[in-house]
Design a protein around this ligand. Sequence first.
Ligand code: ATP
Ligand code: MG
Length: 658
Amino acid sequence: MSETLENLSSETRQFPPPADLAAAANVTAEAYQEAADDRLAYWERQAERLSWTKPWDQVLDWSNPPFAKWFVGGELNVAYNCVDRHVEAGNGDRVAIHWEGEPGDTRTVTYAELLTSVSQAANTLTELGVVAGDRVAIYLPMIPEAAVAMLACARIGATHSVVFGGFSVEALSTRINDADAKVVITADGGYRRGKPSALKPTVDEAVARCASIEHVLVVRRTGQEVAWTDKDKWWHETVEQASPEHKAQPFEAEHPLFILYTSGTTGNPKGILHTTGGYLTQASYTHNAVFDLKPETDVYWCTADIGWVTGHSYIVYGPLSNGATQVMYEGTPDTPDRGRFWQIVDKYKVSILYTAPTLIRTMMKWGDDIPATYDLSSLRVLGSVGEPINPEAWMWYREHVGRERTPIVDTWWQTETGAVMISPLPGVTAAKPGSAMTALPGISADVVDDQAESVPNGGGGFLVLTEPWPSMLRTIWRDDKRFIDTYWSRFGAGAGNGDKWVYFAGDGAKKDEDGALWLLGRVDDVMLISGHNISTTEVESALVSHPAVAEAAVVGATDPTTGQAIVAFTIPRGNVVTEGEAGQELIKELRNHVAKTLGPIAKPRQIMLVTELPKTRSGKIMRRLLRDVAENRSLGDVTTLQDSAVMDLISSGMNSAK
Ligand code: ATP
Ligand code: MG
């Protein structure tokens, strides 16, 4: 049986770039041709964006696939590139970070101040015995010290492992132990939902389980009481007293920069290893190209947490290597009220906003009138990352946030890819709502069928990357075998098919009639309905295209007649009545709406109206848990789930609906 995805939906709307943006764009259409003519030479030119203390001898060493080496022989210091060189160029007074605390307190950090802090932190880590190659765990709220800590590690060649500040003792300690970290950098707490939320007790419990930890460095953020052990040192008594002089020493291009665990949407998180030169090259290049960043005038804001790869590449390494001025926000989008994001955009005159579909759909649920009351005229480029963005959510983003002027860049990438791979270019691409469009110049992506054959336009299958790229993961930390099995053994040479190594991303995708790429969700989530492969994303997008729906999650549940049947969990928009008869009517209407939009084969067997969906801490829908519910199983691994009460609610609703 063919595993190729059915291509159900089609989109005809298209939005060319505004003329003024196109005329002044950082990257123009020629880049695609230049990269196609000589891909490696193209990447060499991108690497020249950075300051190298020693030039590379070889752009790419791919002699031992799938283990890549980029810019072999080259040497550089990542922190120097993100901080010192901007100060040396006379931009020390430029604001690096406009920080906004959740309670409303603020800090402004210039590049010169950032240099002082990073140098002090580097000196302190060195005094604590951290040397190049050691691992340092970082478990912090969204405060400037998070960026300082990462850069200080990079400066001395220590490998950081940032763990999201909301994770449990279990999640933190397994990550510390997996990496054998020597030091953990944390805080007393951070502000979330209007009150201080403690971090230190979690670290204390985790450290008790982690023999490798020698020191704990604690930032004072909330002033709440903390227990104290002889491993603990206050940041303000060490880092802030340390010498501000520190000379960054160069490291080889392939020196390990960080380990980061994936979100755990599909299963056990994987410790992804990234290195220095190639990673920084692509983070810097893509941040410049995809957001059209003008460092002198733009105010950039990425709403991700530093604990995710988006925070690494598009809060720390990309923007700072480019000398950007950015906003960093500590808290939640509904504190003190649901207008907080738009108030921040208005206050700092944010011109580039990068956020996630989960947030956009939440804002849709909260209502159009909230963004309408703010001045959002400073915005000129909008970005999306993390999940497929439903076309109707894309349109909402464009209309209610971008006020029908700004291009939207839907950026596809993964922890593993390190930086954006597939995205429109805001000054070049006529974007279609819901499509990530095409691979960036220098990147080679394709959609193949189960025989590894490239599908024609109009076809669907598996997203693959057919050439190595600079910011690719180098391996899974201490698990080369899992690295090969997970990414390289499905297609190409690693699967015993030809001599070309092909990276399997784990996502389904289709090419439309123009060859634009549409991401269709995880391969694990694809449904098999009466012998047809149907993507969860398309059915969800059909549901979201109904005016009563803000968000939907769809799974395939075992069904005696059709093999699998579609079960949908749907969150109505704020003003929709769902009680009693009205709810039953709505469900009927939604089932028919999907059948009409995508065809009768995609008609859900069952639709549940819910108020929340199970999500990872990074906001992605965890369909595998919904599948467990739909099939009446006990739940699988829930350690990365944001709110476990949601699952109880959904399970009881499911049972009473039977
Ligand atoms: P795990 O691998 O542990 O299951 P994860 O895949 O959620 O976790 P990440 O690396 O944070 O961890 O997420 C990458 C995935 O997010 C991609 O493989 C893809 O499924 C999804 N994704 C990211 N950006 C987009 C996008 N613009 N469009 C569609 N999907 C996206
Ligand atoms: Mg993944």
